[in-house]
Ligand binder design. Structure first.
Ligand SMILES: Cc1ncc(COP(=O)(O)O)c(C=O)c1O
Length: 375
């Protein structure tokens, strides 16, 4: 059997990793400034992570959500503490798309309405509702098309006010920093406007934090910079440091009903062990602070480079926009300097490394990047 060939891949076989370094089958070392697509939050094979998962695997890998699973409660408690949203409720699932799917559905259960506001260049995942609120017609199949989604221009307050006027809006879904859309930071005033309109019209504010959340920006949720609380935050990626875990946290104003949401695998023992290892390590090693400091340093240094068109982002979620003639830079970083980065079209390099990236590794990246720009 062949693989279903949907990914354009680099011909590199990464076989092991430690911290922000990974190694291929020939033992060539690579610096991972991509974090396997913003997934590796506490570094590859972190000892706390390996131990937590190993210990749990020896005890119990899985049993269903029909029994008590104390490690889920432990995870919820720790997440409440580290994120500062202690009065929220946690629903666990398996991926970012599934988290958004549940968020959108729950919002509609809550207020009985159907129309969702999403924004240009948004990316929220590939399952049916998640892809319907994603602004990329190429990945929306005919069966996903719906007139329940209203796409608005990014950060346009007047368009937002107008869209609310018929009082049909169930929810607004927005990334605090658009990832796939090219690292665009949502203006704080715009997030505050969403909050006030959602309050006025009983709509649900969904903060997609799958890529920009979980401490990456130096605050737990990037939406926190606006000083407002969303009603639902969706999470995945860094939550499990590579173990597939997703979830939503839900404000106390939305109350659960048995059976309204559900999943077979979500919240399984191993996933919770991975999630706890991540949060414990974030706390112990002050990773939010490290993300803010090392990310701030990278942004400051990148802003000094005159070939760079624009540097966007916060903490360790950074977009470097390059002019057309430097479009080859990302490939050269990989092929010549053995540094993984991400991309966003057109010509944006995305940095999404582990939150414990060291300053020395940041300098190693900067040196290679300057070299690529100047050759
Ligand atoms: C902002 C955002 N939301 C949702 C998703 C979907 O997550 P997953 O691929 O885990 O379904 C992604 C993935 O890149 C994302 O960046």
């Amino acid at each position: 059997m062949k693989l279903f060939d949907v990914y354009p891949i680099n011909p590199i076989n990464i076989v092991r990793g430690q911290g922000s370094l990974v190694y291929d089958a020939h033992d060539t070392e690579y610096l991972d400034m991509y974090g396997g697509h913003a997934v590796i939050s506490i570094g590859h094979t972190h000892p706390n992570y390996v131990k937590r998962l190993e210990d749990q695997l020896h005890k119990l890998g899985f049993y269903s959500n029909s029994i008590e699973i104390p490690i889920q409660k432990e995870l919820a408690q720790k997440l409440g503490k580290v994120s500062g949203k202690e009065d929220y409720q946690l629903f666990l699932c398996n991926s970012g798309a599934e988290a958004n799917e549940n968020a959108l559905k729950l919002a509609s259960f809550y207020n009985g309405k159907k129309k969702v506001i999403a924004f240009s260049k948004s990316f929220h995942g590939r399952t049916s509702l998640a892809v319907a609120v994603t602004d990329n017609p190429k990945i929306v199949a005919p069966i996903n098309e719906t007139d329940n989604v209203i796409f608005l221009p990014w950060a346009d307050e007047a368009a937002l006010e107008e869209a609310f006027k018929n009082n049909e809006i169930t929810s607004v879904i927005i990334e605090g920093i658009q990832g796939v859309g090219g690292i665009q930071v949502a203006p704080e005033g715009f997030l505050q406007k969403i909050r006030s309109l959602c309050d006025e019209y009983n709509a649900v504010f969904i903060a997609d934090s799958v890529q920009c959340g979980y401490g990456r920006t130096g605050k737990f949720f990037s939406h926190d910079f606006a000083g407002v609380n969303a009603d639902i935050y969706s999470m995945a990626k860094g939550m499990g440091n590579g173990f597939p875990v997703g979830g939503i946290i839900i404000s106390p104003k939305i109350q659960p009903v048995y059976g309204m949401l559900g999943t077979t695998f979500g919240g399984n023992h191993l996933a919770c062990a991975a999630g706890l290892a991540v949060l414990e390590t974030m706390e112990q090693d002050n990773l939010l602070q490290n993300a803010a400091e090392v990310g701030g340093y990278l942004i400051k240094e990148l802003n000094k480079l005159e070939q760079v068109k624009e540097v966007r982002g916060r903490g360790l979620m950074i977009g470097i926009e390059l002019p057309e003639e430097l479009a080859h830079a990302r490939k050269e970083l990989l092929n010549k300097h053995h540094i993984f980065t991400g991309e966003a079209k057109p010509n944006v390099i995305r940095l999404l490394p582990a939150l414990n990236l060291t300053k020395a590794h940041a300098d190693r990246f900067l040196e290679a990047f300057v070299n690529v720009l100047n050759q």
